[in-house]
Design a protein around this ligand. Structure first.
Ligand code: ZN
Length: 414
């Protein structure tokens, strides 16, 4: 029997919600939010006004690092740019991560000035994910204020690369670093308290490229044409049957190629987004795309009037992939969320979506994504808004969920 089994046997009990609020320190932490709403709103505006385009999150990360440090956490920035603040638990061998992504979809130069009107704030990124990052800071502050010591260690993470081409690289790095000790991940993304994302929507982004010699529209007529081939391939692909259940979708989102109307192009490109509730369907659809590209190229070569003028080459590349997964309905994390909902008088529905939670869920690690409270809209648009009215409900819900899964140390352990 290893000596350390004494420590690891202290895994948190299944704490029903009511037990959590019996703890005076937990109650003090919950009471922190209401009188500090304007502080939270101010931090949200401050953070939102620091641009964080994809792959350029460093400036925002520096401020978040400082703020998490002010909340008494030991903070570091890892080599990929994630901010990680540690609240050490009694059991350091087990970790619960609460994460809010730093990045926005907006390119450099976007006007990110926050306009405030009462409880309403308008600016690109104010809700997605200014509200999540602000809630992350508030949770750390509330726990510090109330001297709550968790049973399992809690990591407060503000991660890079959640949006688009970021391809969840920040969360991938976190899960990679802490995999063995990681027990649960709670993602704060956007506003609201109406949902809990427990199902990770799998998606892949692919780019097909067809190339040829290129030439003159008149003198080289008959040479195989990459755009012709891509059109032939595309028509085949859009006729692919996809099931309604498991729901599976595809989108031909971008098409490029050619240099002028009287030139036979030397290349043509197509970007395709495919999504499915089933990883198998996704794989099937990806192979269908490859087969259609091969067939389209073959059809074009077969009909070329003069093959001596060169041939077509093709390739299909994976630009990004978000793996799927699902939180078991009897998981302790979902029970903790439901208990938190009950305490704050909230009702939420299960959702399937593509979020940072995809990564842990795909590896069988318990994870959910929830809103950070308040309300918002216009995500990914220049008219994005956030209204902080009632936001404390979202923060209390998140706090109770996290403590429900981390456990809280006995009163004496401070
Ligand atoms: Zn987001």
């Amino acid at each position: 029997m290893p000596a350390r089994s004494v420590v690891s046997s202290h895994s948190p009990r299944q704490v029903p919600g009511s037990r959590l609020t019996d703890n005076a320190r937990v109650r003090a932490a919950l009471d922190w939010f209401t009188p500090n709403i304007s502080w939270v709103n101010d931090q949200q505006a401050r953070i939102t006004e620091i641009p964080a385009p994809p792959f350029q999150e460093a400036q925002r990360a520096a401020i978040v690092k400082e703020l998490l440090g002010d909340a008494g956490l030991a903070v570091q920035i890892d080599k990929i740019g994630n901010v990680i603040g540690e609240l050490r638990g009694v059991n350091e061998k087990e970790i619960v991560v609460v994460a809010a992504h730093l990045d926005t979809v907006f390119p450099p130069g976007t006007d990110v000035k926050v306009h405030r009107d009462g409880s309403r704030m308008t600016a690109p990124g104010i809700s997605d994910n200014g509200s999540g990052v602000a809630a992350l800071l508030a949770l750390a502050r509330a726990l510090q204020f109330a001297h709550v010591k968790p049973q399992r260690t809690i990591l407060f993470v503000s991660d890079v690369g959640e949006e688009g081409e970021g391809n969840l690289r920040g969360m991938r790095a976190i899960v990679d670093s802490y995999r063995e000790r990681l027990k649960a991940v709670v993602v704060l993304d956007g506003s609201g308290t109406d949902h809990v994302t427990t199902k990770a929507l799998a998606s892949r982004r692919l780019e097909a490229l067809i190339t040829g010699p290129g030439g003159h529209s008149w003198s080289d007529f008959g040479m195989p044409n990459p755009i012709n081939a891509l059109v032939r391939s595309s028509v085949r692909f859009i006729n692919t049957k996809v099931p309604a259940s498991p729901r599976t979708t595809f989108n031909l989102g971008q098409i490029e190629g050619g240099t002028s109307v009287n030139s036979i192009p030397h290349e043509a490109r197509l970007k395709v987004d495919i999504r499915s509730e089933s990883e198998d369907e996704l794989t099937r659809l990806e192979s269908a795309l490859r087969e259609c590209i091969i067939a389209g190229v073959r059809d074009e070569m077969d009909s070329a009037r003069d093959r001596s003028k060169g041939k077509l080459e093709w390739k299909v590349e994976l630009l990004g992939s978000r793996p799927g997964g699902e939180l078991p309905s009897d998981s302790r994390l979902l029970a903790a969320l439901r208990a938190a909902d009950e305490i704050v008088g909230n009702e939420s529905r299960i959702e399937r979506s593509s979020t940072d939670a995809n990564i842990p869920l795909s590896l069988g690690i318990d994870a959910i994504s929830i809103g950070a409270g308040g309300s918002g809209g216009g995500a990914h648009s220049l008219q994005e808004w956030y209204d902080s009215a009632g936001r404390e409900t979202g923060m209390k819900r998140a706090l109770l969920t996290i403590l429900g899964i981390s456990g809280v140390a006995e009163e004496k352990a401070r």
